[in-house]
Unconditional design. Structure first.
Length: 503
């Protein structure tokens, strides 16, 4: 076991070195702060306007709580949490692969090494994203389905439970186990695989998760989901754009497919590996965003597919070239990932000097449709963000739709959405009286699809805000963002509200 995990341990050490002292991505930085609010009693979905289902909060609560208990930086505890999950999945995968008698020691170690690369180095720029957590937690489930014989029932149940915590982070991820199940049903010409313990456990956990969300967080289905369905399409890009962004993944998958066709000795496991890689690419394409972190599952499961098909072919033919081809394929994805390196935030570094109050005594609000402008700025500057949302995500879609439609009844719907969004932002503004306000003044704001929108002009239609805004003066600009500030270093009131969202 120790020798099997030597290469993964070295790869993990490299990842720790690369991640040391770096930012976490904007989404994770938001979750670290918003989860802290939630632990302090602020309600998610009614007071914290988050788009994603609650499991991300529950998982993030573990490292946030650990940071509070130990006094460590939450960023460090979160990185440690992800590394522990990764080590757990690699150890489980190693134990499963050890039971595969037909797999040589060198082949097993090659698969584990490439899996470690896919879990630790390929996602280095988006380390810890929900897509990364899914990739980590689902790996043993895939490995279990690559084996020539079923693992014992308790093992399969446990692996399914582990995987389901990842699948439940996004409904898109369900496509991967469904692809494996569909192949098993077709290959055996029977529905019996659907009643295997792993799928029953997975189905039961997902049903319980949905039921628990309905009971514990009714605002998610009552408010957030309808709003998301109404406006979130503004963040979509064309299918052609996402296809172009997946071109290297598709190329590596085609290499795995070619190796599968050549090797007839292990058709079942090779098909499962390639199908899982295909499903992961489909998840990326279906989301229609093309964001870098959405590559992570496809990155991992495509390289696992290519290394699995390669090492099994190398064993069958006793030739080295398939494994060499797989190594070149992995490098095709690894080189750009390492070139870009860990997440960076030039915006946070440029804005931080505008805070004149001491770290920990700072507050700010940002009027922007991009998460990356508010976070990790809040974490880096040790400043309290006013917005109880990762971004002003309601404005782009509602404003864009409003610019397209002529029907008064439909216009009224989007005008109401904009009004509600403004009420939320201004409630945050009056609750905190932020020391610094950062405003996106770009004439072509991201995700607005060319529809013009002026935050200050729209917010100033509210008389109370217009009067309060006289306290702020322009201090400078960072790109298209204007930096305003008021006098004083008084801290925001986290729980008191001077104005309700419904006002």
């Amino acid at each position: 076991m120790t020798r099997d995990l030597t290469a993964p341990a070295i790869i993990m050490a490299i990842a720790v070195y690369l991640l040391w002292g770096t930012f976490l991505s904007h989404d994770i930085s938001w979750y670290l702060i918003s989860t802290g609010w939630w632990l302090d009693g602020v309600r998610i979905y009614s007071e914290i306007l988050e788009l994603n289902p609650p499991l991300a909060f529950y998982l993030t609560a573990i490292p946030v709580w650990a940071a509070r208990v130990t006094g460590l930086d939450p960023t460090a505890t979160y990185k440690g949490f992800v590394l522990v999950l990764t080590a757990g999945s690699l150890i489980i995968s190693q134990r499963l692969l050890t039971s595969e008698a037909s797999l040589s020691t060198s082949a097993r170690r090659a698969v584990l090494a490439v899996a470690a690369v896919g879990l630790l180095l390929l996602p280095i720029g988006d380390f810890g994203q929900r897509d990364h957590l899914f990739s980590i937690l689902f790996l043993p489930f895939l490995v279990m389905n690559l084996l020539s014989k079923d693992a014992p029932r308790p093992v399969r149940a446990g692996v399914a439970m582990w995987a389901t915590f990842g699948i439940a982070l996004k409904h898109y991820f369900l496509l991967l186990p469904l692809a494996i199940l569909a192949y098993q049903v077709i290959a055996r010409r029977s529905l019996r695989p659907a009643f295997k313990v792993e799928y029953l456990v997975m189905a039961a956990m997902l049903v319980l998760y949905v039921a628990a969300t309905v009971i514990l967080h009714p605002a998610y289905f009552a408010s957030v989901v309808p709003l998301a369905m109404q406006v979130y399409g503004a963040f979509d890009v064309s299918f052609l754009v996402t296809l172009v962004r997946a071109r290297f993944l598709i190329l590596v998958l085609l290499i795995a497919l070619a190796l599968l066709v050549v090797n007839r000795a292990r058709p079942r496991s090779n098909v499962v590996a390639v199908l899982t890689g295909s499903a992961a690419i489909a998840v990326f394409l279906i989301q229609s965003k093309g964001w870098s972190y959405q590559h992570i599952p496809a990155n991992l499961y495509v390289v696992v597919a290519v290394i699995w098909t390669a090492v099994t072919l190398s064993q069958t033919r006793k030739q080295w070239w398939p494994t060499a081809m797989a190594a070149v394929s992995v490098m095709l994805l690894l080189v750009p990932a390492l070139r870009h390196g860990p997440y960076q935030s030039p915006f946070a570094e440029a804005v931080e000097p505008y805070f004149t109050c001491a770290p920990g005594e700072r507050s700010f609000q940002i009027f922007s449709s991009t998460v990356s402008t508010g976070f990790p700025l809040a974490n880096y500057a040790n400043a309290t963000p006013a917005n109880r949302a990762p971004t002003l995500w309601l404005f782009p879609g509602a404003n864009y739709r409003l610019s397209l439609i002529k029907d008064p009844a439909e216009q009224a719907i989007y005008l109401a959405t904009l009004k509600e969004a403004r009420s939320r932002v201004l409630a945050d503004f009056f609750r905190t009286s932020p020391q610094v306000v950062i405003v996106d003044e770009s004439p072509h704001k991201q995700y607005f699809n060319g529809a013009p929108f002026d935050y200050l002009a729209y917010f100033s239609k509210d008389q109370e805000f217009a009067e309060a805004w006289h306290k702020y003066s322009l201090k400078g600009k960072v790109g298209n963002f204007a930096i305003y500030a008021r006098k004083g270093c008084d801290l925001p009131d986290h729980h008191g509200a001077h104005r309700s969202v419904a006002s």
